[in-house]
Design a protein around this ligand. Sequence first.
Ligand code: GAL
Length: 949
Amino acid sequence: MKLYKIWALLLLLKLIQPVLSFAQNHNPVKREHLLIDTGWRFALGHPYDVKKDFYNGTGYFSYLAKTGYGDGAADPNFDDRTWRKLNLPHDWAVEQGFDPKASLSHGFKAIGRNFPDASVGWYRKSVFIPAKDLGRKISIAFDGVFRNSIIWVNGHYLGTEPSGYHGFEYDITDYLNYGGENVIAVRADVTIEEGWFYEGAGIYRHVWLNKTDPLHVVPNGTFVRSKLENNQAVVTASVTLKNEALDNQKFNIKQSIADADGKVVASGELQNLELNVLTEKEYTLTIPMVKPRLWDLENPYLYQLLTTISKNGEVIDEYKTTFGIRTIRFDADKGFFLNGKRIEIKGTNNHQDHAGLGVALPDELQYFRISKLKEMGSNAYRCSHNPPTPELLDACDKLGMLVIDENRLMGITDQNLAYLKKLIIRDRNHPSIISWSIGNEEWNIEGNITGARIAKTMQAFAKTIDTTRAITAAVSGGIGNGISTTIDLLGYNYVATKNTDEQHKKYPAQFSWGTEEGSTVASRGLYVTNMAQHEIAAYDTRQNENFLSLEDGWKHYASRPYLAGMFVWTGFDYRGEPTPFGWPSVLSYFGMLDLCGFPKDNTWYLKSWWTDKPTLHLLPHWNWKGKEGTPIDVKAYSNCDEVELFLNKKSLGKKRMEPNGHLSWTVNYAPGTLEAIGFKNGKKILTDVVKTTSEPTQITITQETIPVANSNIAILTVDVRDVSGKSVPTAVNDIDFEINGPAKIIGVGNGNPTSLEPDQFIEQVSVVRINNLKEKAISAIDDLSKLTTATTDWDYAFKQERTQEFGKKVTALIYRGDFDLTDWSDQTKITFFYKSLGKEQSIYINGKKIAYKLLANKKGNAFTLDRSVLKAGKNTIAILAIPILKVQSWDNINTDPGAIQVLKPAAGWKRKLFSGLAQVIVQSTGDKGEVSLTASSNGLKPAKIKLKL
Ligand code: GAL
């Protein structure tokens, strides 16, 4: 070979080397969907005090001026070591105390406009991205942050998401350090509310990293629907791909359907496809399936669609979509049909929060809550009034619960419609969803022409995305006008003020149902109304003329086949809206179940008429000491034909039950046993007994069932029993809890709407800044002559620039400042997170040596400060340092000595019983080992339980 040819070959090799190394780097691993919920740092910021908001947005050039200029806490180099460590999901609102100046609709938690110090939250986390990921597309997906979140990665501003309910995803491919750490910063601001109910604060849903090939299925990029005829389904599977490679891509798509055992039962393929650079396209395949198993309420059978994208025989993306095969249909005269069978909708409305946890629910809790509603006979769930957490919908799919998925705000701008589209695209594969709701009680427009126009536009728009579900809107007034003249599926909120028959006659083709009904208010386990104490008897009494009782509401729907059924306001109590009260009531009284999921008596009314299970329930309890001889209202909820009541074995009469009704007696109180016997076809089939108890003597803990394999949480019910083992329904004991083993308590509650006890007992972190930092030149860093002298004539630190000139004059310096310790005790852990001020330095606190000749450390140093070094009030700090000098005039020299973290350990967990019950929620750390919970209270025998986790 001639020499020039060898030379040319070498040159060619040199030129293609980057291409080769890129190809070697290119990672053949398919899609990764990585949960990044653990290891976050959190601190409260401030809506307008920049110092308290970590100087974010204050730079001469800040993040909106130049890309990558995230400043303050958004700067990747920001020192967050003093911040609290936590895992997601997290709700900082629930951690706060209650305050009458706080928002009634948010349950008086001390956040929001009047509490600027608790209304901005910052989260930071570092993630390692391996070098081999170079060449993949990487994005960060937030399922929901409340609210107005701003996100940065490595100081790059990614975007602002005003909604606290919509998920969002940012492409971060080009911002990342491959083979290094990458800093995510999140700022959320809850100064302004979106709803009129408790909404929480912070990153309360999951966060994910998604990694894909440049040619990939877009987020929520599949849509599966099916047609069913004669035992044969035709599944239409669409997938949207995006080519984010910088050249055209040729590929094949395979769509395979796997049954619940993972066996592929049908598939289809599209071959020789090509997608241009940076384009997106939807591909649709129809796949026939013989004898599919249907999704229904009793057997919610789920299939999985596996979408495989391959290129040159290599699989480059795999995307899984869970779906169900079922038919749904609304009929204007006959209501709702699932798989051809009429189903009466027995629904509930629910917000997102639970006792102890606010809106930061571990996934298992969604299953617990849905199972509690199903137990009551409910078959439908309305996500009032916002797009829900994705795992809630998974729970509805898996447990068999129909869903109305609801949009937050009505409107027709690009932003409004984009939100509606986002909701439908994210959720359209859930078999549980039977209707999209475009809005709720939009009082300003629902009864007028503006409302009619908006609803018409939104409805038409929704149908361009999904034609398989009916579009509904919940309307509270103006029936006959506005939205009610144009919506396909009219949702009535409260029929007491409406004539549904008239509307049906006028609009015979319109589907209809009750989106809110049976709005009753009750305190669980209380049977005497005491308005001064904010206590409402748990009998099903009508609130006022605007609402029917639960029973009358249900009777209205049950007797009209053209109405598809109704949704009770509400399934669970929630924080906020303590109607008819204000402070100090902090929870709603509407729930069939309280905030913990403990049933109020109304649940047995529903059980009686919403299930076929023989049911008999007596109320109230029979502990009326001091009321001997006084008449007490006794009621029985039952689906028996007849019920006979006995007091201390003496019959008080047998009564016939009317369908959808209840039975009542007035009984003069005498302690003992109240017994009901239920008869069906003349035969005794059931009894229910309430007995007078004596004082409690012992505590009992029961672990609840959660319908999830390998639950990471345990839900415990705590009650107290008398000497004969009867649970005491009126008990209000204070109970202390202690957990042992690899788990922690994450929340406590008791369902009492007036309880202002903490929901959580967590460690308190406060950060103490070093003030009045002054400096003076010294001869060397072991020159202690100025350790305690007066500093009145000293310069404030860093007044003089750290130029090379400065370095010639000053070889060593002493910095002195002070910090205030106010709130500390023996248990408090005090850590000084130091940031190097010198190339080498020694540190003294109150004259005592903390570090000697410490070399500069980019990551900083942490010193746990011994109690003997510190004192309450003013403390002094001295740092003797060899100065760090600028090499270039634009170099930044650290001027921050760091800060002192005061960590107050969590107080012991405790809760008062309310009407005899309290709830404790425990979460495993994931480590192996036995976990036990102990409950104790003065004068009672404690309880200890080994938890199944
Ligand atoms: C309805 C409203 C619900 C809730 C309820 C309380 O008007 O849609 O969100 O506020 O009233 O009564």
